[in-house]
Design a protein around this ligand. Sequence first.
Ligand code: PLP
Length: 400
Amino acid sequence: MSANDHIYNCYAPPPQEFVRGEGVYLYTEDGDKYLDFIAGIAVNGLGHGHPALLKALKDQADKVWHLSGMFRVQDQFKLADKFCAATFADKVFFTNSGAEAVEAAIKTARRCQFVEGHPDRYEILTSQGAFHGRTIATINAGGNPKYMEGFGPVMPGFINLPFGDLDAMKAAINEKTAAILLEPVQGEGGVRALPVQFLKDVRALCDEHGLLLVYDEVQCGAGRTGKLFAHQWADGAADPDIMAVAKGMGGGFPLGACLATERAAAGMVIGTHGSTYGGGPLAMAVGNAVFDEVTRPELLENVIKMSNYMNQQFEALKDAHPDVVEDVRGKGLMCGMKLKKKALDVRNLARDHNLLVGNAGDNVLRMVPPLILTEDNVREAIAILDKVFTQAKEMDDFEA
Ligand SMILES: *Cc1c(COP(=O)(O)O)cnc(C)c1O
């Protein structure tokens, strides 16, 4: 099959076309099998074709597809109850994507300051290397000049600060500051985890200055790090006021959510926000099934076991290929390897060997496999990467 000229040229997909998925594998029409270590960019956390998700979607498809926010959806109430029972949150707004969840989070934060008598507090401190989505507000929040070029004036209200720099944050706080927005583990920016202590320090800073702490756990949530949400490694000492989730929480069905405390969400009343599709019956049916699966202790244990094993193997690969691998980073099954060769080329080379991986900023090879993977899957991936890195040695050095 050929490419199509009528599609925006925003992506450059390879010739392989996947027509079927099963667990951690994707298959082409010809039956070629690929080990999927990118999982739709950390979306297919439960792999492809998970029976519980399939059943939820098929059962709901026979009942009703769409109602809009005008009508009650019991599965929405059920899923909101689950989110609130498992986290800091008291309130949930459902969206269809990560960017929309972050948009809702930004609006919630500013609106909270507004209704608390601080209409001039609208600035949000963000991190360099952050990725929050591709809408106008979220590209400005992310602050990546490459994603903002040609899209009009820089939107005021976002202050992009060096990654993990508490002093820079303290210095940037003024009478206009409303909130601090962070990914506990950056994905797109290069698979970089913020230390738990840093999150605790930021929480304290927010309390000291009356700021809202907002997490973007669109990629690092949904069990990816071995806890339902990455900030939960701080055991309640770094809970946010607002949090955006998506990707893995939908397991492949478009679903996002903005979670908030009662206080933070107090300003979000009738007329302040909405979404035609958000919280729809199909998404909510799947979302409940995903939630029940990703909160199973055995699954989270598997994430920790597999990530420990994988890290050990990655370190061994780094030692075996010092000309290719610079360092190993990430948290849980959000894994990165900073390379000395072009990560994009290495990614493509891996695909030629039937291993699907991604790349991220800072010349990082990104691996976010399904959380259900086994030790055999890890061994298979490591064997392929070993071959790929051996070949990559011959490639020209990486020059940005
Ligand atoms: C993917 C991602 C988003 C955007 O999600 P979309 O569903 O593509 O809109 C936002 N934040 C983070 C951290 C992401 O990884």
